[in-house]
Design a protein around this ligand. Sequence first.
Ligand code: BG6
Length: 503
Amino acid sequence: MKTSINLSPTIIVIFGGTGDLNLRKLAPALYNLYAEGYMPEKFAIIGTARKPLNDEQFRGTLMAGVNSFSRTGKVDKDKWGTFSENVHYNSVDVKDSASFDNLKVTIDKFKDEFGAGTQIVFYLAVSPDLFPSIAKRLAKFKMAENEDNCRIVVEKPFGKDLDTARELNELLKCRFTEKQIYRIDHYLGKETVQNIMAFRFANSFLEPLWNRNYIDHIQISVTEQLGVGDRGGYYDGSGALRDMIQNHLLQLLCIIGMETPINLDADEIRDKKVDVLKAMRTFSAEDIRFNTVRGQYTKGWIKGDEVVGYRSEKDVAEDSNTETFAAVKFFVDNWRWKGVPFYVRTGKHLAQTSSLITIQFRDVPHHVFPGGAAEHWQQNRLIISIQPEMSIRLQVQGKRPGLDMILNPVDMVFDYKGTYTTESPEAYETLLLDVMTGDQTQFMRADQVEIAWELLMPVVNAWETKKSLSFPNYTAGSWGPEDAEALIARDGFHWFTLPLSKD
Ligand code: BG6
């Protein structure tokens, strides 16, 4: 076990303490940070929700969450024992000011105990309609006044469209400074996503090739086997474009597309990402017709089990027009990327769970090998697999062993499993540690969120006003609607997938 890193005493208040996010993600992340020596020496985790619970009951609830969902498996009894002494519960109705009075008393008690320099993190792991009540009351009770020591973490979805995102930014900005606001996009905390920065900016061979002269197109594909499960209530008002593309996929696109930062300062990195979003081509009505595809699943089979169609999912309207699949062809109109299509797709209940970024390089200018030798010719590809496989592979042509000159595409692979023995942290571990150390690099700045919404609004509006007549248009367990294949096939490409791993 590592020794504690030098962090100021920290109080973490989790609104939505008994909710799914805390049980599945936050509590396991905090416990793992503690187990590996990354929590401050003095800390308190205060869970809040409306339910009346005592500390012991709350600790039991969290332990069940950690046991079920932690990447490290069931808790170690001793470590859990000492960790959970720092876990407390405060019943709070976020719409009732009186409960904030009580919460303030609890926080002040720990502040006095921990001494000067204690930092407070307020984590809003609640439904977005409760964000305003919480933000207003934190301000009213002067609970987050110190901009150096008080931070507020806001979960997604950050708005439902451009107007609501602006409204929420306004509401937060009136009460907190941008330095205090941590808008989460958990994809940015993933080990393999952070590695894209290392791969791009710590290796000299790549930069000269990383542009329109050498790259012919880019694919970003995040496919899931899971359906909407019990999140139908939320999802039916959202859809794949809002739920995944506006945030996770556009952020991946920004990391691939950004210019080289001068340093790793949070604002320097975020400025470079915003530049990509600013350069993205606005959608005309014609672009929406030809460069976007939406889909919705009907019943089918996933891993041998029959699953229902989207419209039969719990809390989903019988005639729902919500897309569970979206594919979009984007362009980044700047010097580096002009003319290079970025194909992006995501969807639920698809054939594989896989997040892949494929960079396909241009063909060689002249083929010197005869047709017979190059029967399996394939342009070079760089494939960044974010999950479940964590790897980067460069696909190159090589000579097949033998007396004849026959070419074959082969992979040069860097794979986390084969290279490292240490397990990678979960995204939430990385991000929670960043919040505690005050590093905003992997969090969305107000302008990033708004400009991403601005870009997508023509598509959001068009899809909302013009109902799809073809829904449902793909079978659960397939690769999505045929139109998504056509979108990329029209340009002479196809969606790239990795063969299913055998483990
Ligand atoms: C969330 C979306 O932000 O990301 C979910 O709301 C989606 O619908 C999830 O399933 C995917 O995250 P991950 O880390 O499992 O790829």
